[in-house]
Design a protein around this ligand. Sequence first.
Ligand SMILES: Nc1nc2c([nH]c(=O)n2[C@H]2C[C@H](O)[C@@H](COP(=O)(O)OP(=O)(O)OP(=O)(O)O)O2)c(=O)[nH]1
Length: 137
Amino acid sequence: MSARKSNRIGIAVVEYQRQFLIGVRDAHAPLAGFHEFPGGKCEPDESAEQCAVRECLEETGLKVTALQEIRYEEHAYDHADVQLHFWLCQPVETQTVFTDQNLKGFHWIPAKHLLDLRFPEANKSLIELLVNTYASE
Ligand SMILES: Nc1nc2c([nH]c(=O)n2[C@H]2C[C@H](O)[C@@H](COP(=O)(O)OP(=O)(O)OP(=O)(O)O)O2)c(=O)[nH]1
């Protein structure tokens, strides 16, 4: 009997001035080409909060502080079952947030444009929450 793999995932939802740090999933990764927040699998001894901060630094080069878990989702994809811990984060250093070009392919996207992007299925309710909370003038 083979149990399906279940992964604990920490995700950094980094907000600054109603914009969010967004990338595109690698061509060789599951869900290739979908937009994503920085994140990945938690190490065994790591909290989802610590994982979100670490993955954000590794994937984008940006140091962030985790504020609160704004969403938790469990989802069954074809490639794996995932437990997604979405952590709202903010940049530690804000002076160079928009001038620093070295975000390793991630970009700042205004909340009002999030609905135009194609995210993985499990992000649906989070995106609605972010648009409702941050896209109003
Ligand atoms: N990073 C990220 N992953 C997401 C999002 N939404 C979503 O469903 N996922 C899913 C896709 C993957 O199944 C899982 C993240 O795992 P991953 O494969 O990207 O993580 P990783 O880089 O640590 O994995 P690995 O390739 O190093 O083994 O979470 C999102 O917004 N950001």
